[in-house]
Design a protein. Structure first.
Length: 207
C-alpha cells in the first residue's frame, strides 16, 4: 500500500507526521512525502522542514493520500498544482484522507460534495462552502473519504484507516508500538469543553 502525503508552505507538522508514523509502521505500507518539486517544505511554525522526496508528477496514483492542514491551507486552496493533483489522484485511490484544515483542500478538489466531513474547530464552518455536510466528530468515514478533526486527530484517523484497510489486529499492534494511550493532563482538548476565554486565547495562537 503506497501512501502519499502532499506538503505545502506552512502545513502543520503533526498533521503529516502523526499519520506518517502510524502508516509507516504498518507491514507492507510505504509513505512518500510529495510536493510541487522535491526538497524541504517548512511548517507553519517556521522552525521545522520536512523533505518531499518526490514531485506530484512522480506519484500520480498512490493507493492512499493524506492531506495535512495548517495555517497555509487558505493560500494553498489557490494552488492548482496541489488541488489538481489531489483531484486526479483521488480518481485512483483506495482511500482519500485529510487532517485538520486539509479537508478544505479535499473540498476545493470537489471531493466532499454531499459527504459528511470534519475539520479543525476553527475552520469547520468553511466546509459548507465546498458542498460538504460539516460535523464535529473526531474522525469521519464517508465511503473512501476519511477526514479528521484538528492536528492530533490525524493519529486517530490513521489508526481508523489502518483498521479498515488492513485489519484491527494490525492497527492495534501499531497503536501499541507507538504507545498511543492518551491521558492528557488537562481536559481542554475539544472546543465543546472550552470557556469563551480559552477559545479566544487558542484562536489567537492561530493568527
Amino acid at each position: 500500500m503506497h501512501v502519499a502525503i502532499p506538503l505545502y508552505d506552512r502545513f502543520t507538522a503533526l498533521d503529516a507526521v502523526g499519520p506518517y508514523t502510524v502508516l509507516a509502521f504498518a507491514p507492507g505500507w510505504t509513505v512518500t512525502f510529495v510536493a510541487a518539486e522535491p526538497g524541504p517544505v517548512t511548517d507553519d511554525r517556521g522552525q521545522l522542514s520536512i523533505a518531499a522526496t518526490a514531485s506530484y508528477e512522480e506519484v500520480p496514483r498512490p493507493d492512499v493520500i493524506v492531506v495535512p492542514g495548517g495555517i497555509g491551507t487558505f493560500e494553498a486552496l489557490a494552488d492548482e498544482a496541489l488541488v489538481g493533483w489531489i483531484r486526479e489522484a483521488d480518481a485512483h485511490t483506495r482511500w482519500t484522507t485529510s487532517v485538520c484544515s486539509g479537508s478544505l483542500l479535499l473540498g476545493a478538489a470537489g471531493l466532499l460534495r454531499g459527504r459528511r466531513a470534519t475539520s479543525h474547530w476553527a475552520v469547520t464552518g468553511f466546509l459548507a462552502d465546498t458542498g460538504a455536510r460539516a460535523v464535529t466528530e473526531r474522525v469521519v468515514v464517508d465511503g473512501k473519504i476519511v477526514t479528521a478533526a484538528g492536528v492530533s486527530a490525524g493519529i486517530d484517523m490513521a489508526l481508523t484507516l489502518l483498521g479498515q484497510a488492513a485489519d484491527t489486529e494490525t492497527a492495534e499492534a501499531v497503536q501499541l508500538v507507538i504507545e498511543y494511550d492518551p491521558d492528557p493532563p488537562f481536559d481542554a482538548g475539544a472546543i465543546g469543553k472550552a470557556s469563551d476565554a480559552l477559545r479566544e486565547r487558542a484562536a489567537a495562537l492561530l493568527r
